[in-house]
Design a protein around this ligand. Structure first.
Ligand code: ADE
Length: 283
């Protein structure tokens, strides 16, 4: 595969507005049928010379609210650059005692609480009837591959950051955080984490046939702990910068390896169920 191909896209969440240890090449800002992405996309070169595309989900100065992130433009813009695999980062609240603020998590399931206000399909408004398979909302092949690499990168950083896998993330509509009652309910439903950004991004990545994994970085305990205060933005901000530094370290450590793994896998790493040929209703 040619070196100038941009096979990997990285989406940065709150606090993560750039990557480290990469050589900046240029900014691109592709206009898509769904408008412009959240921010111009930085094309950067890895130490190997391979290129990655970095996109700040909330805009570079964090100006875009989770409910209005132009996810269709974001995914479509990355795809237009040739991206096949997306490593997304997002700040999350924890619904479990053992997942303390500062922990990293690779979730494998999602519960959608976004209330249907976000455009969540590329097929909306078209005459194509498509039902993408979404039982496994992340690319399990990619998540499994990531597990040992992210763990190794966290261990090498030496700050004792824990990694959890196989967890369920609740994606809620903001901007307000959850009530205590909602937070307790999400725990009963089997939720382990909560954020406002996993969807519709993961759904759109699936429709675009991209391998997609989320590195969730815990910033706070959500409102379920009876003897503790509820979540405040100030509490979230406390851990945001440290989590972003660790995310940059993880990305810098594993991106070249992701490239190699994808090339070795024929540029895919996407399960059959992640392919749209099984999703479009025949006429
Ligand atoms: N993002 C970070 N912490 C969160 C929380 N507790 N609820 C929803 N989104 C979040």
């Amino acid at each position: 595969m040619a070196d100038d191909k941009v096979l990997i896209g990285v989406i940065g969440g709150s606090g993560l507005y750039h990557l480290d240890n990469l050589t900046f090449v240029k900014h691109v800002n592709p206009e898509t049928p769904w408008g412009f992405p959240s921010s111009p996309i930085a094309i950067c070169a890895l130490p190997s010379g391979k290129k990655v595309a970095f996109l700040a989900r909330h805009g570079i100065g964090h100006t875009i609210h989770p409910s209005t992130v132009p996810s269709r433009a974001n995914i479509s813009a990355l795809k237009s650059l040739g991206v096949r695999v997306v490593l997304a980062f997002s700040a999350v609240g924890s619904l479990r005692e053992e997942i303390s603020p500062g922990a990293f998590v690779l979730p494998t399931q999602i519960i959608d609480r976004t209330k249907g206000v976000r455009p969540a399909s590329f097929f909306e408004g078209t005459s194509i009837v498509a039902h993408a398979s979404f039982g496994d909302p992340f690319s399990n092949k990619f998540v499994n591959w990531l597990e040992s690499r992210v763990k190794k990168a966290l261990d090498a950083e030496g700050r004792g950051v824990k990694l959890f896998t196989d967890k369920c993330i609740v994606c809620m509509e903001g901007p307000q955080f959850s009530t205590r009652a909602e937070s307790l309910m999400y725990r009963q439903w089997g939720g382990d984490l909560i954020n406002m950004s996993a969807l519709p991004e993961a759904k759109l990545a699936r429709e675009a046939e991209l391998s997609y994994a989320l590195v969730a970085t815990a910033t706070d305990y959500d409102a379920w702990r009876p003897d503790e205060g509820t979540v405040t933005a100030a509490e979230v901000f406390k851990t945001l910068n440290q989590n972003a530094n660790t995310s940059r370290h993880v990305a810098a450590t594993i991106l070249d390896d992701i490239y190699e793994a994808f090339v070795a896998d024929g540029g895919e790493m996407l399960e059959e169920a992640g392919k749209m040929k099984f999703s479009i209703m025949p006429r």
